[in-house]
Design a protein around this ligand. Structure first.
Ligand code: GLC
Length: 474
C-alpha cells in the first residue's frame, strides 16, 4: 500500500508478555494507541526478547516466522523469531535460550552481551521478517545499540540507508556502562564507533544512542528540561545539552481498558465514577485480606513503588512515625534496596494494626491496592513520567505527589490531587494533611474522587504528538 508509514518499536519489555515496570506498560500500549489513530496509514510493529517468563497461553499463540544464526563478533548464535498479532500490531519475539531462558529479565552478569545480541539480531533480522521500517524507535539502554549500529556500521548498507531513528529515555539511571576492553568482543563495535560510545573513558550505550539518533524523546515535558541539569541527568547533562535541539518531552498515557475499575476482574468489587461509594467494599475486603482493622472510615494511604532512593523512600522513613501518629492505615507494595526492605519490615513490627508491607511485585495485588486505597503517595526525588499516579487516579485513589518530572505535568494541587515542591518530609506531610483534611468530609471527598477519576490519562493526545514527531523525522 502506498504511503504507509512503517515503524518498529525495539524494547526489552512489553505488556502483557514481559514487564518489570513502566517501560512494559508503555511498549504494550502506545503502539496499539498509534494504530487505532491511523489504521490504514501506519504499519507499527514491536520487537522484544523471548523470555522464559512468557506465560504458556502466549507461547501457544505464537507463530514462528524464521530461524537463523546471528554473528555477534566471533560468536555465531541461534536466533528464531516468533510473532503474535494484537489489534493490528505485530509483536515479534527473538528466541535464544542461552541469553533469555533466565528467571529474571535483568540482573545477569552478562546483561551487556544479552542485549548486544538482541540489538544485533534486531538489525540483522529486518530483511528476514520482511520489514524495513521508515523509523526504528528504540527505548532505554537495552535497545540503544540498534541506533548505534544503524547510524554507524549499517549507515551505507542498501536497504538500511533510509531508516531514521528515535530514541526514548524512560530511565536515565541505567545507561549501559562498560569498559572499552569489550568494545569489539561483546558489542561488535569497531574503532570507528569509539567516539560515539565514549563517555568519560568508558562505553556508555545510552550516550551512544543520544548522539546517534535523529530524534530524542523522554516521557514528560518537565523531565525533558530537568535532564539538562546535573541533579537529574545521572551524569549525562553535558552531552544532552549539546543535543538539546532534538529533545522532545511527550507524556505517557495509560491503557484505559486494562486499568478500568468498572471491568477489572482482579477487584473485589467493580465501580465507576458514578458509584464511587462502592469503592469502599474494596477497602474492607483488602483490610480483611491484610489483617488490618476492617473500617472504611480509616483513610488508607498506599505506595506501590520500587524501593529505590529516587522514588523518595527516604522522605517516608523520616516521616514514618509522624505519619503513623494519625488514624490511618499504610499499605506498601514493592521490592528494592535491602535497607529499605529492612526498614519497612521493622515498621510493620512497630505498627502491626496500621501498617501492611508486601515486599513483592504482583500486578493483581497492585490493582487490589489501587482500588482499595484513598490516598496514593508518590514523593519521588525524580520521576521521568510515573504511571502509578495515573493508575491510582483511574481507580479513584487521590495522588499526593512531589511536583517533579511527569508528576508535575499530570497532578495539579486541588484539581486532581495534592502536590508539594521541596524534597522535605515536612512539605510532604503538609500535603498529606491537606488530603486527610479533605477526606474528613465524605461528600466533598467523594466529589473530589469523581473529578480525579475523570481526569483523562488516555494515550489519545500523546499518541498524536508521537505521530507528528514521526512526520518531523521522515
Ligand atoms: C520508567 C520511569 C517512569 C516512567 C516509565 C515509563 O520506569 O521511571 O517514570 O513512567 O519508565 O516511561
Amino acid at each position: 500500500m502506498a504511503n504507509v508509514k512503517k515503524i518498529l518499536f525495539v524494547a526489552s519489555e512489553a505488556l502483557p508478555f514481559a514487564s518489570t515496570g513502566g517501560l512494559g506498560d508503555v511498549i504494550g500500549s502506545l503502539p496499539l494507541a498509534l494504530k487505532r489513530l491511523q489504521k490504514e496509514s501506519l504499519d507499527i510493529r514491536v520487537i522484544i526478547p523471548l523470555y522464559k517468563t512468557l506465560e504458556p497461553k502466549y507461547r501457544e499463540q505464537m507463530i514462528k516466522i524464521c530461524e537463523t544464526t546471528i554473528a555477534l563478533s566471533w560468536r555465531n548464535q541461534y536466533a528464531a523469531v516468533y510473532m503474535i498479532e494484537r489489534e493490528g500490531v505485530k509483536f515479534y519475539f527473538i528466541d535464544n535460550e542461552h541469553y533469555f531462558n533466565r528467571r529474571f529479565l535483568y540482573g545477569s552478569f552478562d546483561d551487556g552481551e544479552r542485549f548486544a545480541f538482541f540489538c544485533k539480531a534486531v538489525v540483522e533480522l529486518l530483511p528476514k521478517i520482511d520489514f524495513i521500517p521508515d523509523i526504528l524507535h528504540a527505548h532505554d539502554w537495552q535497545s540503544a545499540l540498534t541506533v548505534i549500529y544503524l547510524k554507524g556500521q549499517y549507515a551505507n548498507r542498501g536497504e538500511y540507508r533510509n531508516i531514521k531513528t528515535v530514541f526514548t529515555i524512560h530511565n536515565i539511571e541505567y545507561q549501559g556502562v562498560y569498559g572499552f576492553d569489550i568494545l569489539g568482543d561483546i558489542f561488535d563495535l569497531t574503532e570507528n564507533d569509539r567516539q560515539t560510545v565514549d563517555y568519560n573513558g568508558a562505553i556508555n550505550l545510552m550516550k551512544g544512542a543520544i548522539v546517534s539518533c535523529d530524534m530524542l524523546t523522554t516521557v514528560s515535558p518537565t523531565y525533558a528540561n530537568e535532564i539538562l541539569r546535573q541533579s537529574f541527568s545521572a551524569g549525562l547533562h553535558n552531552v544532552l545539552d549539546l543535543f538539546k535541539g532534538k529533545i522532545r518531552g511527550i507524556i505517557n498515557g495509560i491503557d484505559m481498558d486494562y486499568y478500568n475499575p468498572k471491568t477489572d476482574s482482579e477487584l473485589f468489587n467493580n465501580y465507576d465514577p458514578k458509584l464511587v461509594s462502592m469503592k469502599k467494599q474494596n477497602k474492607i475486603q483488602l483490610q480483611k485480606m491484610l489483617g488490618l482493622p476492617e473500617d472504611p472510615d480509616i483513610p488508607m494511604i498506599a505506595m506501590i513503588t520500587r524501593l529505590a532512593s529516587h522514588k523518595g523512600v527516604d522522605l517516608i522513613s523520616h516521616a514514618a512515625d509522624e505519619l503513623l501518629s494519625n488514624n490511618i492505615q499504610f499499605v506498601l507494595l514493592g521490592t528494592g534496596d535491602f535497607h529499605y526492605e529492612a526498614f519497612f519490615t521493622q515498621l510493620k513490627e512497630h505498627y502491626p494494626s496500621k501498617v501492611s508491607i508486601l515486599l513483592m511485585f504482583n500486578r493483581d495485588m497492585s490493582k487490589k491496592i489501587y482500588a482499595a486505597s484513598d490516598i496514593f503517595l508518590m514523593p519521588s526525588q525524580s520521576e521521568p513520567c510515573g504511571l502509578s499516579q495515573m493508575i491510582a487516579s483511574r481507580y479513584g485513589t487521590v495522588p499526593v505527589v512531589r511536583s517533579v518530572g511527569g508528576l508535575h505535568d499530570t497532578i495539579h494541587e486541588g484539581i486532581n490531587g495534592f502536590s508539594f515542591n521541596e524534597y522535605e518530609s515536612s512539605d510532604m506531610m503538609a500535603a498529606v494533611y491537606r488530603a486527610l483534611e479533605k477526606f474528613k468530609n465524605k461528600v466533598v471527598w467523594n466529589e473530589f474522587v469523581k473529578d480525579v477519576m475523570n481526569t483523562d490519562f488516555s494515550w489519545d493526545k500523546s499518541a498524536k504528538e508521537y505521530l507528528s514527531l514521526y512526520d518531523e523525522v521522515t
